[in-house]
Design a protein around this ligand. Sequence first.
Ligand code: ASP
Length: 311
Amino acid sequence: MSTATAAQDWKLVIHGGAGIIERAQMKPDKEKELRAGLDRALEAGARLLASGGSAVDAVEAAAKALEDDPNFNAGRGSVFTYDGGHELDAAIMDGRDRAAGAVAGVTRTKNPISLARAVMAQGDHVFLGGAGADQFSREQGLEQVPPDYFSTPERQRQLDELKAREHSAFDTEVKYGTIGAVALDSHGHVAAATSTGGLTGKRWSRIGDTPVIGAGTYADDRACAVSATGAGEYFIRAAVAHSICARIQLKGESAQAAADAVIADVGALGGSGGVIVVTPAGETVDAFNTPGMYRGTASAQGRKVAIFGDE
Ligand code: ASP
């Protein structure tokens, strides 16, 4: 339970996806761009937290910065569906009262994380999907963009390659570029946000873990805030984000022990990916069973980004 009475240290952790991300394959220019993009997102969230802003505002701001960056698989830069479109998923959750908002399969909203926030703020529902979510977005006055706003040549190449190989449902390069943020604000509250284009070549209105509250996204002031990235089907089956919070709350595990145990469980099912976690006590951890994960942390002490597993 959050018992913070005085202003406490704020924390922000972000990710830009996990996967087969290795030094040998990374071009120096691309690495620079990716690190700069992560740092910009940290800066956007940290600015709010440093001036006493809320965790939920900070995770939305950080997520928006990553959605606007074409290098990540969320917002601009989202992967293509099998039919050559984009279907975006996002969720946000406020640890104060476990208010949550989520959207799946939206096609026109520039920043799906802000649409999830609008669902949370409107309050009647938690989870909207497809054409109805697009309609709600227009009614809420959120910025709409043509579908090709989300398209980039690199994502087109990935779809073409997947089709050429008649690969399974999963990305050929196994890079989960989903983005997410978790924060602890100076009032002792936590929040989580996650946004994604899903998996390259997805069909049949497939929805991953990202917008599923308790799977890809969860926040509870009594335990922690979690944002996940990886092979969504496994993360849904392992109820990853809620399981980490439950282990902390009910078993008294440290955030690192809980995150490691749940990622090991995903691995045992055959899945790969990672999580970022923050607790109301100020623990910030990540855990992933892939070679790398785009990630970063910020606090009053400064900002740090990392990509590879050995950083
Ligand atoms: N978890 C996302 C999904 O399954 C993919 C990702 O993390 O990039 O939709």
